[in-house]
Design a protein around this ligand. Structure first.
Ligand SMILES: [Fe+2]
Length: 180
């Protein structure tokens, strides 16, 4: 948490756009990478995986929007709530469940844990740790399960300082297109 403006929810797209620019100055878990860089790289990875799925790409751009707003264990739901007035259910749900995708992948494939960054390992228990069988079943039945896994895989690939990807201006049009 930090001195960045405290946001309950955005009233309109303009407020979100302004906040994304502030995220340029938020340091993320990887040195040399801002929170905005991380979102841009996640969106870029999703654009490669699913070129026509703008909602999925924007979910990637915004998935960590609540970093710096609350405790790490709450950032998925908090981030989803920040967008309640401006983004559709699917995008908000992909954000709200993205840590569960990490829990799921670790639970069904223990070696996945070894590949996590130190910060991601540290937050794992806080985020609920290993899923039990019921939680695994529930996740597997989730309507957006495949998309959630894509967001998680993209998230993992989006941590390279200095990588050249589309800048935020590229996404502004799409942000408006997918907004409610
Ligand atoms: Fe992330």
């Amino acid at each position: 948490m930090s001195n960045f403006p405290k946001i309950n929810h955005f009233e309109n797209i303009e407020e979100l756009e302004q906040y994304l620019l502030i995220m340029k100055n938020m340091v993320c878990e990887v040195e040399g990478l801002s929170e905005l860089d991380h979102g841009l790289q996640t969106a870029c990875e999703l654009e490669i995986m699913s070129p026509n799925d703008k909602e999925l790409q924007i979910a990637g751009l915004l998935h960590d929007i609540a970093h710096q707003q609350c405790h790490i264990r709450d950032h998925e739901q908090y981030g989803s709530n920040m967008l309640v007035k401006i983004m559709p259910y699917r995008i908000r749900e992909l954000i709200a469940q993205h840590a569960n995708a990490k829990r799921y992948l670790v639970s069904v494939n223990k070696s996945y844990y070894d590949k996590l960054t130190p910060t991601s390992k540290a937050s794992f228990e806080d985020q609920g740790g290993l899923m039990n069988e019921d939680e695994i079943k529930l996740f597997e039945q989730h309507e957006f399960r495949d998309d959630l896994i894509k967001v998680r895989v993209a998230d993992d690939l989006a941590k390279t300082p200095g990588r050249n990807v589309h800048d935020i201006e590229y996404w502004l049009n799409d942000l408006r297109k997918v907004a409610i």
